[in-house]
Write a new protein. Structure first.
Length: 393
């Protein structure tokens, strides 16, 4: 049996990705065969149908964006987590390598998603995209992805591109991807696109107690039409460790935030970063649980304390007000990664790759029309200048 204290042996089995008939809301299965973690470890308690794909995913999934130990991934699997989300760019491809190492002997029982950024015109090429997926398969030590995604498809035209559609369609036809989808920080626009296009089967999008209510009707519509819906960034900026009134309730907040997200019956799962064994224990313990009596006050306190500081990533209302085209929400998201997610190197690299014309180098002399357009009253100009100072190093 595998435990946190004795984790050198990599054995055990987890829940398989079974295909079941489609229904409009994710069906929940409350048992899991063959788990191999120790009796004291938390176990996944619920599996939900991922839209019309029919895949059964653990309601709490593992985001492999920021970790340094493949054993943590295997521990998550042995606790019943069967859905692992990575991307070719995570840890400079090392995330895929470690995921492949951790799950190679239980591949058929795991559900793996990887994602592909489309930054430049050269990326919008069928052969290039297929080659990138094939390279991921080698790193992951598998011959197929369960879900291949366009990564950060925050501009709807990325999903309309003929070369992109042809590449992902071919990947499905050749069996290199079972299902296709996209991730986005702009769900209001992109979920509409998914519904209109009809070919994108799974959407990974920002959804939490601060930004989720605004898109809840669209989430319901997409869920009823069979799009598999997965929530990310469920901690609403992850500020709980730096807000003094929340420090003593840091764990309670993260668990309450997960429970709130999974309270939407159209959400099949949430993806949370599991960097450590303690993360796995903390997050898996929430599986299958409804909101608890004390959750609402904790979430309300977080909204009160974080409200003046947290840029709602999915908002974007300030973008049209900026006369210089500064990528406000992207820059503040990178700063969030740097300060709150423990992803300093990744944040610096993302900022380095950002078009210099979209950086806030002119903000010092600007009168800040972005602030007047922010519906949440954030000091946008000051935050941009500070973020540039953090990320331009």
């Amino acid at each position: 049996m595998i435990s946190r204290r004795n984790f050198l042996k990599m054995a055990g089995a987890g829940p398989a990705g079974l295909c079941l008939p489609h229904s409009s809301a994710p069906a929940i299965q409350t048992s899991s065969p063959g788990q191999a973690a120790s009796q004291s470890a938390p176990k996944i308690q619920a599996y939900r149908r991922l839209g019309k794909t029919g895949i059964q995913v653990s309601d709490v999934g593992c985001g492999a964006i920021n970790f340094f130990n493949a054993n943590v991934l295997r521990y998550a699997f042995d606790c019943g987590v069967n859905h692992f989300d990575t991307a070719e760019g995570y840890l400079n491809t090392n995330s895929e390598k470690m995921l492949g190492q951790a799950l190679k002997d239980v591949r058929s029982k795991a559900i793996i998603t990887s994602k592909y950024l489309l930054r430049t015109p050269a990326d919008l090429n069928r052969a290039s995209l297929i080659g990138r997926v094939e390279a991921s398969l080698k790193r992951l030590q598998t011959d197929y992805l369960d879900i291949a995604m366009v990564h950060s498809a925050d501009e709807p035209e990325k999903l309309d591109n003929g070369e992109v559609i042809a590449a992902f369609t071919q990947l499905k036809k050749e069996g290199k991807a079972r299902f296709i989808g996209f991730s986005t920080h702009r769900p209001a626009d992109l979920l509409k696109k998914a519904l209109a296009a009809g070919i994108w089967e799974v959407a990974l999008f920002i959804y939490h107690h601060m930004e989720g209510p605004a898109v809840a009707p669209l989430v319901a519509e997409a869920g009823k039409k069979g799009v598999g819906l997965i929530a990310m960034k469920v901690f609403a900026g992850g500020l709980q460790g730096s807000l003094k009134p929340l420090v003593s309730e840091k764990q309670r907040y993260s668990q309450a935030a997960i429970r709130w997200t999974l309270g939407n019956p159209h959400i099949s799962a949430c993806i949370v970063t599991m960097s450590t064994f303690s993360h796995v224990d903390e997050y898996v313990a929430v599986s299958g649980m409804p909101l608890q009596r004390g959750d609402s006050p904790v979430l309300s306190r977080y909204r009160l304390e974080a409200g003046p500081h947290y840029c709602r990533v999915s908002c974007g209302q300030c973008l049209s007000a900026c006369p210089k085209g500064v990528a406000v929400n992207e820059i503040l998201r990178y700063a969030m990664y740097f300060e709150n997610y423990g992803m300093e190197k990744s944040a610096l690299e993302l900022y380095r790759r950002l078009d210099p014309a979209k950086k806030p180098t002119v903000c010092v002399s600007c009168n800040g029309p972005c602030e007047a357009s922010c519906p949440h009253g954030l000091a946008v100009k000051a935050k941009l200048i500070r973020s540039h100072g953090l990320l331009a190093a």
